[in-house]
Ligand binder design. Structure first.
Ligand code: UDP
Length: 242
């Protein structure tokens, strides 16, 4: 199947992508490496939106499990995503890539608030827009934030960079015979509860016909390859699109 041509994409990375070999936090060299992947994609002519999770710093569920109020813990998680967004902005600007961070929770002295029309203008001017603070609401994840922004910004696809090179029928780290899917239907992902993104994010992409491309961000040069339809990945889309 020929892969559709994408122009504007949203790249979703989990906070772990900023962590490197550490157990926690931000490793500047790792962020710099990921930033060079983003630059390569930018240089290839794509319009790029970025969403980075916060799991390397704080996850609301973990706080709630230890007795914190869930909403309070989730707000802390959203603040963690702002830190990651600023780290990525810094790394990208070191490489000469113009960026703007827009936060769903306004914090005027740190970054811009999320304003869709302004984000559109940044993209038109060739800037990479990093959307921080997820949806701005607790009880969501940055996967849902990424799907929401992808829909609002009319992205052609959502690229989910993970530590695995696609979606498998079993955990490839545990089952040596696990098989990677080349393509998958949204319905199947939801009915079989396949681990792509959380269900609300998958449903939002399904309803708005936004394909999800799952690929490994760990492999050097992979983002540009996958964007060109060459690298290893799994594409999730509505059946009639394939
Ligand atoms: N979060 C939230 N609402 C959102 C996005 C994120 O409450 O719209 C909180 C939530 O607590 C989550 C944390 O921010 O655990 C970090 O985001 P996520 O777990 O999605 O990060 P990732 O797993 O991608 O690193």
């Amino acid at each position: 199947m020929a892969r559709p041509r994408f122009k504007r994409i949203l790249l979703k990375l989990s906070g772990e992508a900023a962590m490197g070999d550490q157990d926690f936090g931000i490793e500047p060299e790792t962020v710099a490496r990921v930033a060079s992947e983003v630059k390569a994609a930018k240089d290839a002519g794509y319009e790029l939106c970025l969403v980075i999770g916060g799991g390397n710093i704080f996850r609301g569920m973990a706080g709630a499990a230890k007795g914190m109020d869930r909403a309070t813990a989730d707000y802390m998680g959203m603040l963690a995503t702002v830190m990651n967004a600023l780290a990525m902005q810094d790394a990208l600007e070191h490489l000469g890539v113009e960026t703007r961070v827009q936060s769903a929770i306004p914090m005027a002295s740190v970054c811009e608030p999320y304003i869709r029309r302004r984000a559109e203008r940044h993209l038109e001017k060739g800037r990479v827009v990093i959307f921080a603070a997820g949806t701005g609401s607790p009880y969501f994840t940055t996967d849902s934030g990424a799907a929401l922004r992808a829909a609002e910004m009319k992205c052609d696809a959502l690229f989910k960079g993970t530590s695995v090179d696609g979606v498998y029928d079993a955990d490839p780290k545990k089952v040596p015979t696990a098989r990677r899917y080349e393509t998958l239907d949204f319905k199947r992902v939801l009915s079989d509860d396949l681990k792509v993104m959380d269900a609300s994010a998958v449903a939002l992409c399904r309803d708005n016909n936004i394909p999800i491309v799952v690929f490994s961000i760990r492999e050097k040069g992979n983002l540009a390859k996958v964007l060109a339809g060459e690298g290893v990945s799994t594409i999730v889309q509505n059946e009639e699109q394939s």
